[in-house]
Design a binder for this molecule. Structure first.
Ligand code: SAM
Ligand code: SF4
Length: 457
């Protein structure tokens, strides 16, 4: 039996695409390998959002080149955004690469592997490529899901927002939404298979349906329909402050299966920088959204970019102030990385020195850690529903997530992995929550039927 190994860089959408690649290879008779050294085919599913993951592609290709010296039959394929953008240039950058496939050419992978092998047998480089124009459809794939209780479901691909710093619309194409009926069928099937949690994916879920030219199709209506499906937890990512509607915020506050967590990138606290980023909202609007969400006990997490070319110290202080006011449950903080093709790339030079970007990043990280720590401490004494995801790093303990996406570590049997349990929180810190199991499973408390799983009193 031939075996495959997939490296994934980037967001959850890429993780889900890798499940599609795994499904395509499984359908062609391949088995997963636990290590690239034991694989006959290695795939790179790449990300181009920042420069760092692009550099990683070349350094990892060097590692695979060493493996090829031991196993000359090993085939390396590169897909994802870097492949979509750089195409045949990749062969010159790293001769260890045998084939390159575009973001909508995943079903062709087995054919590309065979072609690369045939070329090699003829003594030529394996180089073959299938990259279409920028994707404008959603490829149907036989997903081989990494988990038996948590499933990712794409609701839309691409993005039509064109934020000035972001390469995503240029590599993944414009927004294209799946039809609601298809999404409802997929989630119903997952519920029937016993999945406990579904995560809906889109670059900007709140813009779902805008390309379908039917005012009856909106993200709020899709979510409302999904509350009728008996699956305990529904999550989604990412939300966009410009497009999120009151209807979605209301749904997050109701007793239903939609989890009380929202990942909504703010990027900056300065109105001037937000306008130059073309984000379409102000600091005041964002803080109003956070206020409305907090009233509904929703844990808001975010993304922030420091060192955007026009960001002055005053602008940066506006971001510090926003973080202090918003009290995010968590934040991903990135240093601005100029991306080819974007408006910011052509309009501004990357003038903020690396050390200054690093200084701003560390200030925000320290502040956010303090807030996360304080917010987690507030959970001590509560009894909450936890989906057990697996063993914790600490030996003998389990790790799971609350509905509002906080990590909980507690003692329990490995048989509980994949189950919903109730945990009494005894400690909270920047690392997450620690608790004690109060009930083994929640089979008698179906949160899918409305309960949030909290035991009151
Ligand atoms: N669509 C999501 C949104 O707008 O909320 C974001 C998707 S993007 C793949 C994830 C994050 O990467 C962004 O929220 C942003 O903070 C960061 N990012 C995107 N382009 C970047 C760049 N050029 N430099 C640094 N960070 C960047
Ligand atoms: Fe990129 Fe903006 Fe689209 Fe997010 S909304 S993917 S940051 S262009």
């Amino acid at each position: 039996m031939k075996r495959f190994y997939i490296y994934t860089w980037g967001c959850q959408m890429n993780e889900h695409k890798s499940e599609g690649m795994a499904g395509v290879l499984a359908r062609a008779g391949y088995l997963p390998a636990d290590d690239p050294a034991h694989a006959d085919v290695v795939l790179f599913n790449t990300c181009m959002v920042r420069e760092k993951p692009v550099e990683k592609v070349y350094s990892e290709a060097g590692v695979i080149a060493l493996l090829k010296e031991k196993n000359p039959d090993l085939v390396l394929g590169v897909g994802g955004c870097v492949a979509q953008a750089l195409k045949e240039k990749l062969f010159r950058k790293s001769p260890a690469i045998d084939f390159v496939f575009g973001s909508s050419n995943i079903a062709e992978i087995p054919r590309l592997i065979e072609q690369a092998r045939q070329r090699r047998a003829l003594g030529k480089p394996g180089w073959v490529m299938a990259v279409d124009k920028i994707p404008d459809t959603i490829e149907e794939l036989p997903f081989l899901r990494a988990s038996r209780f948590q499933a990712k479901v794409t609701i839309a691909e691409g993005c039509s927002n064109f934020c000035s710093f972001c390469i995503v619309p240029y590599t993944t194409g414009l927004l294209r939404s799946r039809l609601p009926g298809e999404i409802l069928s997929e989630v119903s099937e997952l519920a029937a298979q016993g999945y406990k949690e579904v995560q809906l994916l889109g670059q900007n879920v709140d813009s779902y349906g805008k390309d379908l030219n039917d005012p009856r199709i909106t993200f709020a209506k899709l979510l409302r329909a999904l509350t009728e499906i008996p699956i305990p937890r529904i999550r989604f990512t990412s939300s966009h402050p410009q497009d999120i509607t009151d209807e979605v915020i209301e749904l997050l506050g109701e007793e239903n299966n939609i989890c009380e967590h929202l990942h909504m990138a703010v990027q900056s606290g300065s109105d001037k920088v937000l306008a130059e980023m073309r984000r379409g909202y102000t600091k005041e609007h964002f803080l109003k959204l956070v206020e409305a969400l907090r009233e509904r006990n929703v844990n808001v997490t975010t993304d922030i970019i420091v060192g955007f070319p026009t960001e002055t110290e005053e602008d940066f202080q506006e971001t510090v102030d926003l973080v202090q006011q918003a009290r995010f449950g968590g934040a991903f903080i990135f240093k601005y990385s100029p991306r080819p093709k974007t408006v910011a790339f052509y309009k501004y030079r990357d003038v903020i020195p690396e050390e200054e970007k690093q200084r701003r990043l560390e200030i925000l990280l320290t502040l956010q850690k303090q807030i996360t720590d304080e917010e987690n401490r507030k959970r001590v004494g509560q009894t909450v529903e936890v989906l057990v995801e697996g063993p914790a790093r600490q030996k003998g303990l389990l790790m799971g997530k609350t509905r509002d996406n906080r990590t909980v570590v507690f003692e329990g049997s490995l048989e509980l992995i994949g189950e919903l349990v109730m945990v009494h929180i005894t400690e909270g810190s920047v690392a997450g929550l620690v608790g004690e199991l109060v009930s083994d499973t929640l089979t008698l408390v179906p949160s899918s039927l409305g309960g949030r799983g909290e035991i009151k009193g």
